[in-house]
Structures are given as C-alpha cells and as structure tokens.
Design a protein around this ligand. Structure first.
Ligand code: GUN
Length: 324
C-alpha cells in the first residue's frame, strides 16, 4: 500500500486563511503585524528564501521591510541594524537570514535580537522557554512538523519518535516538542550505532540530517504488521545534480526522472523516494515541510504582534496555529 501523503501546501493554505483573518482584526484595531528581514550579502538561496517570506507577508497583509547590508558587513554593523529593529515599535518580528558571512559572529547577532521579536525562535531565551515547557516563540521548521502531525491527527502521545539530526535549529527543538507532546523520543546522529534498527522501531520519524535519500525504505515500519505504519516527516531539501544518482533514486518515478533530465537537478529529501511504498504516511519533498516553515514564520510574527502590542481582548481571536 502506498503511504498517505502529508500535504504541506494544503496545511499552509489552511494556516494562511486563519492568519489572514487574524491580521485583518489586528490591523483594524491599529496593530498591523510587521516583519523585518535582514539579508546580508547576495547568497542566491538566501535571496530566494527571503523573497518567499516577504511574498507571504504581502499575501497576508503583514507589513514587511527588507534590509540588505553588504556581504562585507561586520558584526558591529549588524548589531547596529538589529538594535534599530529592536527599538522600532512597528517591527514585531526580526528575521536574520542564515548563513551570515564568515567574518560575522552569528551567535552574537542572534542573541542581540529582542526575544519578544525572535520569530525564528533561535534566541537562547526562547530555547530555554522551550526546554522548560514555558510559552515562547518556537523555531519554525520543528513547529511546522508538529503542525503537520497534529492536523493529520497522527497520534503523538505514547508514540516512539525518532529524530535524525541534532541541530540547534531543527533536531533539538523537534525532540523537545515531541517529548512535551508525550512521545518517547530517541535522537540519532552521525555517531549513533545500529541506526536502521532504531528507526525500525519508530512510529514517527523526523529526518533532518541533510543527506539525500539517506533513510532507506526498509528501515521504515510498514503497515503490513497490522499497525498504521510509520509517519515520516522529511525535513531534507537536498539538490541533486548527478544523473547516475537521479537514475538510481527515481527508477520507480519516471515523471521525476524526466523533470530531472529537463532541468539538470532535482530536490530530494533525507528519505529515499521509495519510502512511499513502506511508510504509513509521508511528507513529500518538495511540498511537505518547506511550505510549513514559512507558515509558522507568519504565525510567529502574528503571535509576536499580539503578545507585544495588542490588548488582552485580542487573545480571543487566536488561531489554532498561533495559539501555542
Ligand atoms: N537559513 C536556513 N533556514 C533558515 C531559517 O529557518 N531561518 C533563518 N533565519 N535562516 C535560515
């Protein structure tokens, strides 16, 4: 049986519909949510990401500002930019697009962002709140993964969840969110022994290791045993350009192979595409976690505006996505 597809675009659209109502209400009461994006230098991938974040703001009626310091900017230059945004009352969310140029002390910049405006959830204060189960702003990609699980009614409580990857941005916060939702969580990384056997026990798999098609289909619990089969959340977005690798990965997907041949590249997750034949449910790449990251950034921006500027009467208008 093929896996149920966990469609991130569909959930993004639902969340956008909820958020645009909330933005309209806030704006009519004089609190128009605002996001400032800081894009340093001219990294094409970062430019593309930031462009789609600004487009999402425009779609929802959130005010946006784009600051583009040059690639030669120093740590002190960027600290000054962040301080200005911290002081600007029209700015509810500050997004410093990563990676920053090598001469910049990234941690220092992220720690300079006012935690109340930290819509990426990268500030140690927000990470600390997450560790201790207090309300705060949560990193967008793991928050988006949780939203996919919840809105597809995948049971988290009591589930064996395996998180592949231990990054500060995805793996660690993801594991904490799953643990707070009462899953039994195992975090795996490059030094983990017997990885396939650990993954085989998982009811929920979150793959965030950044290696194309690393998770093999036969590591994934299938529904043949009587249960629903594992839910697989694939955070990876790896661009492959090697035709031989594409032939191997897409041998059962002639359509994808054709597109690869036409474009010379393709996006592949951390999970092998053939996992569609073993998993119970699965996020596609593209179209799974990616759109959710932007949805949660918008949700965090609206939440930050509500918490920082709006009076308590607005709390009744919270959407599900932004209510955490
Ligand atoms: N670079 C890659 N992913 C992200 C993200 O989620 N936020 C920011 N600010 N930069 C990134």
């Amino acid at each position: 049986m093929t896996a149920r597809i966990l469609d991130g675009n569909k959930i993004r659209d639902q969340i956008f519909a909820e958020l645009s109502d909330e933005v309209r209400l806030l704006t009519s009461a004089g609190v128009r949510p605002g996001l400032a994006a800081v894009l340093v230098g001219e990294n094409p991938a970062s430019q593309l990401y930031v462009k789609s974040k600004i487009a999402a703001c425009e779609h929802l009626g959130i005010a946006s500002a784009l600051l583009t310091p040059p690639a030669t900017a120093s740590t002190l230059d960027l600290l000054a930019v962040v301080e200005d945004l911290n002081r600007d009352n029209d700015v509810d969310g500050i997004l410093v697009q990563l990676p920053l140029p090598p001469q910049v002390d990234t941690k220092r910049i992220l720690e300079a962002v006012d935690p109340a405006k930290d819509v990426d959830g990268f500030h140690p204060v927000n990470l600390g709140r997450l560790v201790s189960g207090r309300p705060g702003l949560v990193a967008c990609t793991p928050a988006g993964c949780m939203e996919i699980l919840r809105r597809n009614e995948i049971k988290i409580e009591g589930a064996n969840a395996v998180v592949l990857g231990r990054s500060d941005i995805v793996g660690k916060p993801m594991a904490l969110l799953l643990m707070h939702a009462n899953a039994t969580v195992t975090i795996c990384h490059s030094k983990t022994r017997d990885l396939p056997d650990i993954v085989r026990r998982a009811d929920i798999i979150v793959a965030a290791i950044g290696k194309a098609a690393y998770v093999e289909p036969d590591w994934i619990k299938s529904s043949t045993g009587g249960g629903p089969g594992a839910a697989v959340i694939d955070v990876g977005t790896n661009r492959i350009t090697d035709p031989e690798q594409a032939e191997r990965l897409f041998q059962n997907f002639p359509g994808r192979l054709e597109i690869f041949r036409a474009k010379g590249s393709s996006l592949v997750g951390d999970v092998h595409p053939d996992a569609i034949n073993t998993a119970g449910s699965l996020t596609p790449v593209p179209g799974g976690v990616g759109p959710m990251t932007i949805a949660m950034l918008m949700s965090n921006t609206v939440k930050a505006a509500r918490l920082r500027r709006a009076s308590p009467k607005f709390s009744a208008t919270q959407s599900t996505a932004s209510a955490r």
